[in-house]
Design a binder for this molecule. Structure first.
Ligand SMILES: *[C@@H]1O[C@H](CO)[C@@H](O)[C@H](O)[C@H]1NC(C)=O
Ligand SMILES: *[C@@H]1O[C@H](CO)[C@@H](O)[C@H](O)[C@H]1NC(C)=O
Ligand SMILES: *[C@@H]1O[C@H](CO)[C@@H](O)[C@H](O)[C@H]1NC(C)=O
Ligand SMILES: *[C@@H]1O[C@H](CO)[C@@H](O)[C@H](O)[C@H]1NC(C)=O
Ligand SMILES: *[C@@H]1O[C@H](CO)[C@@H](O)[C@H](O)[C@H]1NC(C)=O
Length: 508
């Protein structure tokens, strides 16, 4: 039993880990508040992705007839114009009224191309032609784009209302060719190359955003998080942009897989004053206690909350002999028989988040079974209410938890062995809870649970804060050592982050 219980505790300590992303007057039960620092991290990630999908960039062929002094009219063609590499030295991200503004400044790029010319003059009766290659150095490449995020039927709709690219300066270096050719190229083509680069870069970025948008649109609205429960990740309300953060809200309640859940959205207020001690964390994820309650509803309704206790470290506690002085009539009827406790959660547990910890109140039905000659004989039923405090802590990338018994009460429901001395029974059960069951659960929780790593990205320096009705996790996100880890298939345990990255990879 202890094991299943600890699994359940671990489960509800963790269910937030498979989700990500907060404000006043909540609609959603999970909010994700990405700070400027977090946006900066996302921007770098986006630029890194953009760079690899942007390059190599092929520009259309440029062709024209040029008048060169002395030489005359020359037909020139620039082809295979390829940008192989962009070096971004500085970029910024900020939130504005219209959206998220990303600016890249002072980037440089190298392009290669082939040139070809031909001409004929009355001086030389045959056509003269030549060809070769050249490299182009682009300096002061500036890109500015605005990303707008809206809620479209529960998904995020990403668009680029504005995207501009500006090239300050280019220089061309010919491999071979005469100086007149160089001058002719520079004079006639500089403008074309600059605008070709500017257009191609803006277009590529817009295309990339369209891909990203369709990846976002096709994200499932429900993600399985355990084998019986799924999390509703429907976005509620438009993302909110403030000077210091981007706030996203998702429904965040759990339901049994493939089953609609009646969620009555009551008014939830997340105090604006709540804050993590260290403000400079990338992301703040707030979970309303109803998320935990919805998880416990799923497990309760799936009848997953029952345990048979038949093996404890002090096995004498599970024998009528051990209960001889507490329930003498039991020992008299069934001397030296083993006892099982059949424990089931009798009605929906309630979970409240208070300052410092989570408080769970669990109503239980306990049936005392005697194993006599291979037969299981229920001899008495007791109803019990346990109140326990659960606290969690994240260290490194591991979540640790602990459970403390606050209080418990019990009463006899029925008995086939006459009246029981409830005070004595209670003291034995209390001893079992405190000395056997909770220590076992805590041992499991202290072993810790590795938080899921999405493509190498993991939480770092995470802190958990409990405020009235909300759990708030403030964390940084650590980059993977190598971006290569993007190729390692991760478990499909639903995460938007994970899904997005997968789809982006597939989209490239
Ligand atoms: C076009 O440019 C690429 C990259 O510089 C090069 O690998 C390729 O050989 C070139 N193609 C032609 C036909 O010159
Ligand atoms: C790009 O061009 C510049 C100047 O021509 C050169 O110094 C630099 O090494 C080139 N970079 C790459 C990666 O080819
Ligand atoms: C998920 O949440 C949305 C928004 O709160 C709600 O409209 C929808 O019915 C929920 N879906 C399920 C399956 O509960
Ligand atoms: C009881 O549990 C212990 C370890 O917790 C295990 O070694 C032992 O085999 C179990 N006994 C039975 C009868 O299940
Ligand atoms: C445990 O008790 C429940 C009712 O409280 C009963 O339905 C179930 O069959 C019992 N299980 C065992 C193994 O005795």
């Amino acid at each position: 039993m202890a094991r299943s219980f600890s699994v359940f505790v671990i489960f509800f300590l963790f269910n937030f880990c498979y989700t990500h992303v907060q404000s006043n007057d909540q609609q959603g039960y999970i909010t994700i508040d990405i700070s400027n620092k977090g946006l900066d991290f996302l921007k770098d990630l986006l630029l890194e992705k953009a760079e690899s999908s942007l390059l190599p960039l092929y520009l259309p062929k440029i062709e024209k007839a040029v008048k060169i002094p002395i030489v005359g009219r020359v037909h020139m063609v620039l082809s295979n114009i390829t940008m192989e590499r962009i070096d971004v030295t500085s970029s910024t991200v900020k939130t504005g009224d219209t959206g998220i503004l990303i600016a890249v400044s002072g980037a440089t790029a190298n392009l290669s191309m082939n040139w070809k010319y031909s001409y004929s003059t009355w001086l030389i009766p045959i056509a003269v032609s030549d060809e070769g290659s050249a490299t182009i150095r682009v300096e002061g490449l500036e890109i500015e784009l605005t990303l707008s995020l809206k809620n479209l039927q529960g998904s995020l709709k990403l668009s680029v209302p504005d995207c501009g690219c500006d090239v300050k300066d280019i220089s061309i270096k010919l491999d071979g060719g005469a100086s007149w050719l160089y001058q002719g190229l520079v004079n006639a083509f500089e403008g074309n190359i600059v605008s070709a680069v500017e257009n191609a870069v803006s277009k590529k970025i817009k295309d990339g955003i369209i891909k990203l948008d369709s990846a976002l649109q096709s994200l499932p609205k429900e993600v399985p998080i355990t084998n019986i429960a799924s999390l509703n990740v429907t976005f509620v309300e438009d993302p909110k942009l403030s000077e210091s953060s981007l706030d996203l809200e998702i429904d965040g309640l759990l339901s049994a897989k493939d089953e609609n859940m009646v969620s009555n959205h009551d008014h939830k207020t997340l105090q604006a004053s709540l804050s993590c001690k260290e403000v400079d964390k990338m992301v703040r994820i707030s979970l309303h206690e109803d998320v935990l309650n919805s998880a416990s509803t799923v497990y309760f309704e799936a009848k997953k909350m029952h345990w048979i206790v038949d093996n404890v470290s002090d096995q004498s506690l599970l024998n009528t002999a051990g209960w001889r002085f507490i329930i003498p009539q039991l020992y008299k009827l069934y001397p030296n028989d083993d006892i099982n406790l059949n424990i089931s959660v009798s009605s929906l547990p309630t979970i409240k988040i208070e300052k410092q910890h989570i408080v769970a109140t669990i109503p239980l039905d306990v049936v005392i079974d005697v194993l006599d000659a291979g037969e299981v004989i229920p001899v008495a039923g007791v109803s019990m209410v346990i109140s326990a405090s659960i606290s969690a802590e994240i260290s490194g990338n591991t979540l640790y938890g602990s459970v403390k018994l606050n209080d418990f009460s019990m009463s006899l429901k029925w008995s086939k062995i006459g009246d029981l001395h409830m005070r004595l029974v209670q003291s034995v059960i209390s001893t079992m809870l405190k000395t056997v069951i909770l220590p076992y659960v805590n041992l499991q929780l202290r072993k810790g649970h590795l938080l899921p790593v999405f493509h190498g990205y993991k939480l770092q320096d995470a802190q958990i804060v409990y405020v009235d009705s909300w759990i708030v996790i403030c964390s940084n996100v650590a980059s993977p050592q190598k971006i290569q880890s993007c190729l390692v298939p991760a478990s499909r345990k639903g995460s938007l982050v994970h899904e997005t990255i997968t789809r982006l990879d597939a989209g490239n």
